[in-house]
Design a protein around this ligand. Structure first.
Ligand SMILES: [Zn+2]
Length: 253
C-alpha cells in the first residue's frame, strides 16, 4: 500500500516538474510557440473553421440584439461591395432569377408550389434522369404485383409525342401549372391490369386539380364518365383505343 502511494507521489512530482519545465520553456521561446500554433492552425484548418462556425452560430442565437447592431454596421460599411456583388450575381444567374420570379408570382396566386415550378425550368438532362427513375419505380410497382413491366423510355417518348405533350383526358399541356405524369390507364390494383406496359400507359396532367390527382386508382370508365360526362368520355376512350392499337403494333415488331 505504502509503496504504491510513494510511487504515485514520485510520479506526480515528476509530472509537475515536467509541466513546470514546459511552462518555462514556452515563456522563454515565444517565437517557437507562435510558430507551433500557426502550424497547427494550418494543419487543422477545416476542423477549426467548422468548430468556429458552430460557436459563432451559437453566439448569434444567444445574443441576437448584439449581432443585429454589428450586422447593420457591416452592411452600412460595405454597401458598395454588396451592391456590386448583387449586380454581378444578377448578371450571371439571369435564367434562374426569371424562373424563380415567375414561380413566385404563380405561388402567390396560389397555383402551385414554388419548388415544383422551379424544377420544371431545370435542364433536360436532369429531367430525363428523373423520368427514368420514375419509370423504373413504376415498373417495380408492377413487378411487385407479378404484372408485366416492359414500358421503356423510348416508348414513353413515343407516347408523349403521339399525344402532343398534352393530357390524354383533358388536353392540359405539359408546362408550368401541370406536368405530365405516366398514368396506368387500368390501375395497378385492378385485377385486369395489364401492368406497366406501353398499351396501358398514358400521359396525364398532374398538379392542382389535375386528372392524375383526381383519377388515382379509379376504374377508368367510371372515372371518365364522372369527370367528363358520357359523350366526351366516349370520344376520349375511342382515341385511347386507337393509340393502344398503334402501340401494340409497335410492340409486336
Ligand atoms: Zn388532364
Amino acid at each position: 500500500m505504502d509503496e504504491t502511494r510513494s510511487s504515485d507521489r514520485t510520479r506526480d512530482s515528476q509530472m509537475e516538474k515536467r509541466h513546470r519545465y514546459i511552462a518555462q520553456w514556452r515563456k522563454d521561446h515565444p517565437e517557437n510557440v507562435r510558430r507551433m500554433h500557426e502550424r497547427n492552425r494550418t494543419k487543422n484548418r477545416d476542423k477549426i473553421r467548422a468548430r468556429d462556425r458552430v460557436s459563432h452560430r451559437q453566439a448569434r442565437e444567444a445574443h441576437p440584439a448584439k449581432f443585429q447592431k454589428k450586422d447593420a454596421k457591416f452592411y452600412a460599411d460595405h454597401r458598395e461591395q454588396r451592391l456590386a456583388y448583387q449586380r454581378a450575381y444578377a448578371a450571371t444567374h439571369r435564367a434562374e432569377r426569371t424562373a424563380y420570379g415567375r414561380a413566385r408570382r404563380l405561388k402567390l396566386k396560389g397555383v402551385f408550389p414554388v419548388a415544383l415550378l422551379v424544377s420544371l425550368e431545370k435542364d433536360p438532362a436532369k429531367e430525363h434522369t428523373r423520368a427514368q427513375k420514375r419509370l423504373q419505380q413504376s415498373r417495380r410497382n408492377a413487378r411487385k404485383r407479378a404484372l408485366p413491366a416492359t414500358f421503356t423510355m423510348e416508348q414513353r417518348e413515343f407516347m408523349r409525342q403521339y399525344w402532343g405533350f398534352a393530357c390524354v383526358y383533358c388536353g392540359n399541356q405539359d408546362g408550368f401549372v401541370w406536368m405530365l405524369a405516366d398514368d396506368h390507364f387500368i390501375p395497378l390494383n385492378s385485377p385486369n391490369c395489364p401492368g406497366t406496359v406501353a398499351h396501358n400507359m398514358l400521359p396525364v396532367c398532374h398538379g392542382k386539380g389535375g386528372c392524375n390527382n383526381s383519377k388515382r386508382f379509379s376504374h377508368p370508365h367510371v372515372w371518365l364518365v364522372a369527370r367528363f360526362g358520357p359523350q366526351r368520355s366516349r370520344r376520349i376512350e375511342a382515341a385511347i383505343a386507337v393509340y393502344f392499337a398503334v402501340v401494340k403494333q409497335r410492340e409486336s415488331h
